[in-house]
Write a protein that binds this ligand. Structure first.
Ligand SMILES: [Zn+2]
Ligand SMILES: [Zn+2]
Length: 254
């Protein structure tokens, strides 16, 4: 008869969320599938648009007056990452937050070996109505493995989302800016200086830029954005809005 400890360890072996094989590590993702994920290699430090090697800021971000932020993103918003994130947001399946949050946490842990860490993580807040409907905030779920890995506290009470905004994915460029304008509110005094905002997907960046502007206005001095994936913003003709970026992506495809 099998020892009960052996039985428990057999039953609890993590299996890969993509290929069902035993992963031989704590994560529900095997090394082979991890190696095939669409990692975003070189990208704009602000809006996370893919860039040619050696460039840090895209032309669009150089020419505008957005607040100074440093953005870290791990993946392109492409299969199979998009499905994990969609399941996380709309199908109560939190496994994506755990796996992708741990991968992002590992990446950030290496990045902050030589740099000062933010004092606090602020998960992108949801409006109360959306939170009640979904039952959880996906950005908080993503933040938890990161906070544990980097040993940084999470604050979910300091920032409130006042406007129950329309999902940005349904709007054009101008509507997106208007949609998130004055969407957030600081509760009481704001005593943090170096802050990390965690969000699931960055597209145009309007939402994180709006929150960053508010945090700078109340005393933050350094803001970082930590995000799972970069989704490219497409207009109604399904063309990437930034022509420079569209040209670069076309060259990549060839
Ligand atoms: Zn696998
Ligand atoms: Zn940019």
């Amino acid at each position: 008869m099998l020892d009960y400890r052996v039985m428990i360890s057999l039953l609890c072996r993590p299996t890969c969320v993509f290929c069902d094989s035993i992963t031989y590590r704590k994560l529900d993702l095997c090394m082979v599938c991890e190696g095939e994920l669409p990692f975003l290699k070189n990208y704009c430090q602000r809006c996370a648009s893919p860039l040619p090697q050696g460039q840090d800021i895209c032309g669009a971000c150089l020419g505008n007056s957005l607040p100074a932020i440093k953005t870290t993103v791990l993946f392109h918003y492409e299969p199979p990452i998009d499905k994990l994130i969609m399941n996380l947001k709309f199908h109560n399946n939190l496994i994506g937050a755990k796996i992708l949050g741990e991968l992002l946490g590992d990446h950030l842990y290496n990045q902050y070996q030589a740099e000062a860490k933010p004092e606090v993580i602020i998960p992108m807040p949801l409006h109360f109505a959306r939170l009640r409907e979904r039952g959880y905030n996906q950005s908080l779920e993503i933040s938890q493995p990161i906070a544990k890995r980097l040993k940084i506290p999470i604050d979910i009470f300091k920032i409130k989302r006042l406007k129950n905004t329309v999902p940005q994915s349904r709007l054009n460029a101008k509507e997106r800016i208007k949609n998130v304008k004055h969407a957030f509110h600081v509760v009481g005094d704001f005593n943090y200086r170096h802050v990390a905002i965690v969000d699931d997907v960055i597209t145009t960046g309007n939402t994180v830029f709006e929150l960053s502007k508010l945090l700078y206005a109340v005393g933050a001095t350094k803001i970082e954005i930590w995000c799972l994936a970069k989704s490219l913003f497409k207009n109604s003709n399904s063309q990437v809005e930034n022509p420079q970026l569209a040209g670069f992506l076309n060259r990549l495809k060839k």
